[in-house]
Ligand binder design. Structure first.
Ligand SMILES: Nc1nc2c(c(=O)[nH]1)N[C@H]1C(S)=C(S)[C@@H](COP(=O)(O)OP(=O)(O)OC[C@H]3O[C@@H](n4cnc5c(=O)[nH]c(N)nc54)[C@H](O)[C@@H]3O)O[C@H]1N2
Ligand SMILES: Nc1nc2c(c(=O)[nH]1)N[C@H]1C(S)=C(S)[C@@H](COP(=O)(O)OP(=O)(O)OC[C@H]3O[C@@H](n4cnc5c(=O)[nH]c(N)nc54)[C@H](O)[C@@H]3O)O[C@H]1N2
Ligand code: SF4
Ligand SMILES: [Mo]
Length: 720
């Protein structure tokens, strides 16, 4: 065994569980990752990504020099380029001067509405806070968003409307204190694997009963007392029928409803039509399962709900989440240990990026941008003249690209996102990317979106910088520099500070905002001076283990579960609901429903995991198809098939599996050779603006081996 020179404690860069890692370092090289047994979040457990996936930082595909495209790019005629020969290596000074010149030129010509930025849920709180500050304080725009829009936006909007707060109400580890818990729209064992371990223990060791509501036979079904295999997009009828049963059988908590909620009477009327029979007809779930699930959840002493993207990623994602929230409001299963409304947040720092203001309608701390009192607070903090901040709601991620046109959005700054893999209907996304006048990519890799950029700014990875991530249960944890930056790469926060000073100089607003920090800890303190939930978080307090927000002052111990006494909006509000089908139903031409999502070994667009040895574990895109459907269309395991929707076509191999239900095929969106988002529909939820990633109509046809590989795409994939 190699003896490490040092062990550096830090936080996993993949998912929102936020496992604690120990990086083993020899000669400034990370050669192993472990986790201490006393780690609060994960008790020494790690999934395959946390344990082995770190090697993406050493990939030969990583770019560590600032680059400018050799060929000037013209709006409407942009051409993607990944190979380095299309780029010129430049100094940081040249790259930043060029970026500042181009952004300021567009801002001075076309104003705030031409500017937009995607922040990054993989980067730290400090990085995100600064980038939104740059766009708000210097370019006076709220066109600031990040992947939360593509993720839990429906949950966030519904939770805000119903209770006034969108974070997970409880701590994931409390699941062992639940008598009953329900998981819906979450493939927990693959996407939040360490929380799944705790859930399995809750069932096997602590005797909790589990209800799974999911169209796929995900691993957690093996631990469930009840599985409700609904058709995609039918959550409102299923959960409203549960509410119907709870009301009809008087299983609700009258005291809680009287004291803590409003809108009950009207809500009861709107639930009348959602009989279990009606829900069965729409969702395909046996009415008796719905009745049993309702009784089991309502009669428990402590019952919790956990959910992920099967709920919000829909053209009626807000309604879906609302139908779940109602169950907690009816039964009072919230505000105590082992209960709660728990949207499992996905990216390592999506909770933190949202807290830090990387959103178009909120300053940091969820302060509405259109409230002058909030604007005033941030004007003072950022030394902006009174009335200087823009109080108009900004555009969301899903709106920013659709508004690329003369007179609309002209420039986009992307820090660590990959819309050319992650947004729906990629053929449309591509057209919009091509239409930009100026595009900045700040990443570790030239990803599918960076290929369109004018300038590439190489950021360091999480192992090469200091900062904090906020995990899914609101725990703010340290990220530590373990090794020197590779090549000329720099931490995001440093890049942003340097760029901001150059932009200020060009705007003649020198010192109009503060951009000098000795250490990222000072950035977090600046945020905490205005955001009460972060007021008590200082690096010195989180060196050993993190603190769960809200942390209201320097002695506040943090908050394990929320809403014991009241909700942030006062009373929890019921909202009458109607069932609205998904936008694109299957028909004769496109007879299957396509569901998209994740597999354990890969991460989103693949920049990280496909440049890691994890790629060897799951090297190629597969479409899951039910054995009955496969037999019907004459497809066997491993056969090459063509999957087409009204928007695009991809070719990949079939995986014949009982994991998917009849009529539904599943494709992970990690593979550029067969990008699932070429097929998905860009229909949006009207309130949350989140796309319908979990249901569109497709056809599946046998294809030839020769159709399979796009050699160009295969070759451009880097290897570690
Ligand atoms: N390995 C891995 N882990 C990840 C990620 C990753 O890329 N790779 N990404 C992270 C991120 S950012 C996120 S947001 C999370 C996402 O975590 P999950 O939401 O668990 O991930 P998905 O694979 O999208 O799974 C969606 C689930 O919803 C179900 N579903 C589909 N349609 C419906 C429906 O209409 N109703 C209901 N109730 N359920 C439905 C699917 O069958 C599936 O079980 O994962 C995080 N963890
Ligand atoms: N079809 C379909 N599409 C989906 C979904 C789905 O379920 N189905 N899910 C959606 C969801 S939930 C999400 S969250 C989005 C995710 O979508 P994106 O956020 O667009 O995708 P990622 O691949 O995670 O992109 C992260 C990028 O950040 C870079 N990066 C990593 N660390 C750092 C860092 O420290 N600094 C910088 N500057 N860059 C860094 C990585 O190299 C990578 O290129 O995808 C959405 N798209
Ligand atoms: S569960 Fe999530 S945080 Fe934990 S090791 Fe796996 S990817 Fe990392
Ligand atoms: Mo996500």
């Amino acid at each position: 065994m190699l003896e490490p020179d040092r062990l550096v404690p830090t936080t996993c860069p993949f998912c929102g569980v936020g496992c604690n890692l120990e990086l083993h370092i020899k000669d400034d090289y990370i050669y192993n990752v472990s986790s201490p047994f006393d780690s609060v979040v994960n008790h020494g457990n790690l999934c395959v990504k946390g344990r082995f996936g770190y090697d993406f930082i050493y990939s030969s595909a990583r770019v560590t020099t600032p680059l400018i495209r050799k060929e000037p790019q013209v709006p409407g005629k942009r051409t993607p380029a990944r190979e380095l020969s299309a780029w010129r290596a430049v100094s940081w000074d040249e790259a930043l001067d060029y970026t500042a010149d181009r952004l300021v030129e567009i801002y001075q010509r076309d104003g705030s509405n031409a500017m937009a930025v995607y922040c990054c849920a993989k980067a730290t709180n400090e990085d995100n806070y600064l980038l939104q500050k740059l766009y708000r304080a210097l370019f006076r725009t709220n066109n600031v968003d990040h992947c939360t829009r593509l993720c839990h936006a429906g949950s966030v909007v519904a939770l805000q409307m119903a209770i006034g707060s969108a974070a997970m109400s409880n701590t994931a580890a409390e699941v062992i204190h639940s008598d009953v818990f329900m998981i819906t729209g979450s493939n927990t064992a693959e996407t939040h694997p360490i929380i799944a371990i705790q859930m399995k223990a809750a069932v096997e060791k602590y005797g909790a009963k589990l209800i799974v509501v999911d169209p796929r036979r995900v691993e957690m079904v093996n631990y469930a007392t009840l599985w409700l295999p609904e058709k995609p997009g039918t959550d409102v009828p299923v959960f409203s029928a549960m509410a119907h049963v709870i009301i009809k059988e008087k299983l609700y908590n009258k005291e809680f409803i009287d004291q803590r909620t409003e809108g009950f009477e009207e809500f009861v009327k709107s639930m009348e039509k959602f009989t279990p029979e009606y829900a069965e007809a729409i969702s395909g779930v046996d009415r008796n399962l719905i009745i049993q699930a309702a009784r089991m959840y309502a009669n428990a002493d402590n019952a919790a709900i956990y959910w992920a993207l099967g709920i919000p990623e829909s053209s009626h994602g807000t309604d879906n989440a609302m139908s779940l929230i109602h169950l907690a409001l009816l039964t009072g299963h919230i505000g105590r240990r082992g209960t709660g409304l728990n949207p499992l947040r996905g990216q390592n720092n999506v909770q933190g990026a949202s807290d830090s203001g990387a959103m178009p309608w909120h300053y940091p701390g969820y302060m509405d941008v259109d409230n002058p009192a909030n604007a005033e607070k941030w004007e003072q903090a950022w030394n902006v003249e009174p009335g200087g901040l823009n109080q108009k709601l900004g555009l969301t991620t899903t709106e920013i690209l659709s508004q690329v046109r003369p007179g609309g959005i002209r420039s986009l700054y992307i820090m660590g996102e990959n819309p050319m893999m992650s947004e729906p209907n990629l053929n449309h996304t591509r057209q919009k990317m091509e239409g930009l006048e100026f595009l900045v990519a700040q990443d570790l890799f030239i990803n599918e979106s960076g290929e369109f950029a004018d300038v590439f700014l190489p950021a360091t990875s999480w192992a090469e910088k200091e900062g904090t991530f906020t995990n899914t249960d609101r725990r703010v944890q340290r990220v530590r520099q373990a090794i020197p930056p590779r090549g000329d790469s720099r931490p995001d926060w440093e890049i942003i500070c340097d760029l901001a000073q150059r932009i200020e100089a060009r705007l003649g607003r020198v010192n109009s905002a503060y951009w000098e920090y000795n250490h990222p800890g000072e950035i977090l303190e600046e945020m905490g001076s205005v955001v009460p939930a972060y007021a008590g978080i200082k690096y010195a307090r989180i060196e050993k283990s993190g603190l769960q927000t809200p942390v209201l002052d320097d002695t506040h111990p943090g908050t394990k579960f929320l809403f014991a006494e009241s909700f942030p909006r006062g009373r929890g509000k019921f909202h009458p609901l109607e069932y609205i089908p998904v936008v694109e139903m299957p028909d004769d031409e496109y007879p299957f429903i396509l569901s998209t999502g994740r597999v354990l070994e890969h991460w989103h667009g693949g920049s990280m995991t496909r440049n890691s040895k994890l790629d060897d574990l799951y090297p190629e895109a597969l479409v899951e198809i039910h054995p009955t459907d496969a037999a019907r269309i004459g497809v066997n395991e491993g056969d090459v098939v063509r999957v087409s929707s009204r928007r695009g076509t991809i070719v990949l191999r079939a995986k014949v599996s009982y994991k998917t239900t009849m009529g539904v095929v599943f494709i992970p969106f990690h593979f550029r050779e067969a990008a699932a988002n070429l097929l998905t529909i860009d229909a949006l939820d009207p309130l949350a603006k989140i796309p319908e990633y979990k249901a569109c109509a497709v056809r599946v046809d046998p294809a030839e081996q020769a159709d399979l590989q796009n050699p160009e795409a295969q070759q451009s994939r880097g290897r570690y």
